[in-house]
Write a protein that binds this ligand. Structure first.
Ligand code: CAA
Length: 407
């Protein structure tokens, strides 16, 4: 399959780079220190059409696709990984509409996201349902022409600044495969409350909250797809499309750390020469660059499969999320090493890259879950490899025990 960089995608990437240097990088340290959301940069993204990139034209977007989303997120995350996810959660929150919404729902909600009028987030995880997303407890109970939602969602990234929430809740506790449904919930709905804003280790510029539902009523028109019971599949299909975006954030974070480390290695003098002249530093830089480049191309491949809605996307999407985020953590760690004692100090930009990298290996499915998804899909594919059987010898063993026990 081919990976095509359309002129529209390249133009949006250039715009993202411009916004990153003008609005994101200069505010990265302050946003981290003050735990302040960069509204100015997000507004600029909206005005430049970046939030429209993954939304089809018929729903007010530009229809450039997931590949374009990844290229944009990479540019933003290079300057500030936290801003990268502040942007990417809007894709995560709106993909359920794309994969499962009715025409009316897509037309009602997506243009607002595309224009940057509404920020959207994704409420799946709960205190006792993280990796086991299907084990959620938040309930939605039919009430008149709608549903009332009860319970608490956890780790709602971007929750406190959202205008729209995609919320997954149990509608049929007795069912095995049709337990869960998804709902669109608007900010201001009575009973929707933002609670504890998490004191996170990194990505501090984007608020992550507990979002509580105390009998929040939503009309049936907001039940995704119009029929209950499809929420878990919508969540899984959403994650297939969204994981390349997180992986794009990881590539940006890795590239950003590498760029700082390379610039610093060229400047920092020890033993009478820049440390970039030492082979051990060069080895670190060479590996960091190679791993980042490899991750980038895996992201592009997964994003292209996502755009083609190719069924192979589940496995490759998990691969790119896992590989790119492990790479970001390793590259950020090595970048701190290159900065040495200064790398450990908060007045240098690299400590933030290190703190920001860790969450990448955890959210949108831990890297242990990604490996499980990859292996499950490999095993499923192996069932189609029966023709290899004849090349794999089958061992036999003869049992020499006497027929009757002499003792
Ligand atoms: N697409 C469509 N359907 C899928 C699917 C996919 N990729 N994967 C599974 N399904 C379907 C299965 O076919 C199955 O359907 P049937 O019941 O009809 O057979 C159903 O879903 C259940 O599938 P599994 O038996 O595989 O489900 P499971 O309970 O074993 O769990 C899992 C699978 C992969 C572990 C899943 O729970 C998972 O992805 N967990 C991680 C959760 C996660 O990523 N959370 C991230 C939260 S978002 C976030 O972090 C964002 C942020 O803050 C920025």
């Amino acid at each position: 399959m081919s990976i095509t960089f359309s002129p529209e995608a390249l133009a949006l990437q250039a715009k993202a780079r411009e916004i990153a240097e003008k609005y994101v990088r200069p505010k990265a340290a302050e946003s981290d220190r003050e735990r302040a959301y960069n509204h100015e940069a997000m507004k600029a993204c909206g005005q430049a059409g970046l939030l429209a990139s993954w939304i089809p034209k018929e729903y007010g977007g530009s229809g450039v696709g997931v590949l374009s989303l990844c290229m944009i997120v990479e540019e933003l995350a290079k300057a500030d990984s936290g801003f990268g996810v502040a942007f990417a959660v809007n894709a995560l929150g709106s993909f359920p509409l794309l994969v499962g919404g009715t025409e009316e729902q897509k037309k009602r909600f997506l243009p607002r996201v595309a224009k940057g009028e509404a920020l959207i987030s994704f409420c799946l995880s709960e205190k006792f349902a993280g990796s086991d997303a299907g084990g959620m407890k938040v309930r939605a109970i039919e009430d008149g022409d709608g549903y009332r939602i009860y319970g608490e969602k956890k780790w709602n990234t971007g929750g406190p600044v959202s205008d729209l929430y995609t919320v997954f809740a149990v509608t049929d506790p007795e069912s095995k495969s049709r337990r869960i449904s998804a709902f669109m919930v608007e900010k201001g709905t009575e009973g929707l409350e933002i609670h504890k804003v998490e004191p996170s280790m990194g990505i501090r510029g984007v608020p992550v909250s507990e979002t509580h539902f105390k009998g929040a009523w939503v009309p049936k028109e907001n039940l995704l797809g119009g029929k209950p019971g499809h929420g878990f599949k919508h969540a899984m299909a959403t994650l297939d499309l969204a994981r390349p975006g997180v992986a794009g954030q990881a590539v940006g974070a890795a590239q950003g750390a590498l760029d700082y480390a390379t610039a610093y290695a060229c400047r920092r003098q020890q033993f009478g020469q820049p440390i970039s002249g030492f082979q051990m530093v060069q080895q670190l830089l060479a590996d960091m660059a190679t791993q980042t480049e490899a991750a980038r191309w895996l992201v592009y491949r997964a994003a292209s499969l996502a755009d083609a809605r190719d069924p192979a996307v589940t496995k490759i999407s998990a691969m790119c999320k896992c590989f790119a985020t492990d790479t970001a953590m390793k590259v950020a760690t090595d970048a701190v090493q290159i900065f040495g004692g200064y790398g450990f100090m908060e007045d240098y930009p690299i400590a933030k890259f290190f703190r920001d990298a860790k969450i990448l290996q955890i959210y949108e499915g831990t890297n242990q879950i990604q490996r499980m998804v990859i292996a499950r899909n490999l095993i499923k594919e192996a069932l189609g490899l029966t023709h290899l059987e004849e090349y794999i010898p089958t061992e036999t063993q003869v049992d020499y025990l006497p027929e009757t026990n002499p003792a």
